[in-house]
Design a binder for this molecule. Structure first.
Ligand SMILES: Nc1ncnc2c1ncn2[C@@H]1O[C@H](COP(=O)(O)OP(=O)(O)OP(=O)(O)O)[C@@H](O)[C@H]1O
Length: 210
């Protein structure tokens, strides 16, 4: 998946959140979107993925050499963010059965295989409502990282994770980033230190890290 932004700007009411981003997010690359609280990282992530309408500028999406209409982007993306909710009335097994019907897992991975990768075997039949906040975050991340989607969006991915959870995230994000376009909104270096590009939402100074 490739996203090309030209003069991209977003305003809420009278406030410009970001202005004039011109940048191509290349397939197979990972970009960290950085900036202090309230600077517009989540807004940029949601605008780039077509979930929020830009105030000015254009976005062009391509996948495997074909233009993609903005309406088709949701089918191609996997998203993990603190403000996205899980269906808490389902057990883990039920939730995976439901979720993977419209967001399939990558080839060769079964629901049971994903449960094992998330180390949630003992919670197969537990209601998601009764998961700890760290278990919920691991589940949200597992669903996004292991979805068969060429665009991966992660907003504050280690929210609620303990040390073991952070290490789990670091291992699995690297294992699943290959070949995808990955965008990570973050303030925590260990969430994005593998990213090849850093994009500061307050300045749009785009700099490669290596
Ligand atoms: N729907 C909305 N209507 C009006 N203002 C909004 C809306 N969504 C976000 N904002 C404002 O846009 C600004 C940027 O918010 P955003 O959530 O994108 O920042 P952020 O950098 O992701 O913050 P954080 O690091 O705290 O998650 C904030 O001032 C916020 O209040």
């Amino acid at each position: 998946m490739q996203i090309t932004a030209a003069g991209l700007s977003k305003r809420f009411h009278r406030d410009w959140i970001f202005r004039d981003l011109t940048h191509t997010f290349e397939p197979g690359t990972a970009t960290a979107i950085l900036g202090p609280n309230g600077s517009g990282k989540s807004t940029l992530l949601n605008t780039l993925s077509g979930q929020l309408l830009a105030t000015e500028g254009t976005l062009t999406y391509t996948y495997q050499g074909q233009l993609v209409a903005v309406e088709e982007v949701p089918q191609l993306l996997a998203y993990c963010a603190p403000y996205l909710e899980l269906i808490e009335e389902l057990t883990l097994t039920e939730l995976l059965q439901f979720h993977t019907r419209f967001k399939p897992l990558r080839a060769g991975l079964t629901n049971e295989g994903l449960i094992e990768r998330m180390y949630l075997e003992k919670s197969r039949h537990k209601l998601v409502r009764d998961f700890s906040s760290g278990m919920k975050q691991r589940l949200k991340l597992g669903l996004a990282l292991y979805a068969a989607a060429p665009l991966l969006l992660l907003d504050e991915p280690t929210t609620n994770l303990d040390r073991t959870g952070v290490e789990w995230y670091r291992e699995h994000v690297r294992a699943t980033a290959l070949g995808r376009l990955v965008l990570i909104s973050s303030n925590v270096a260990e969430e994005y230190d593998f990213c090849s590009t850093h994009l500061d939402v307050t300045s749009f100074g785009v700099k490669p890290t290596r």
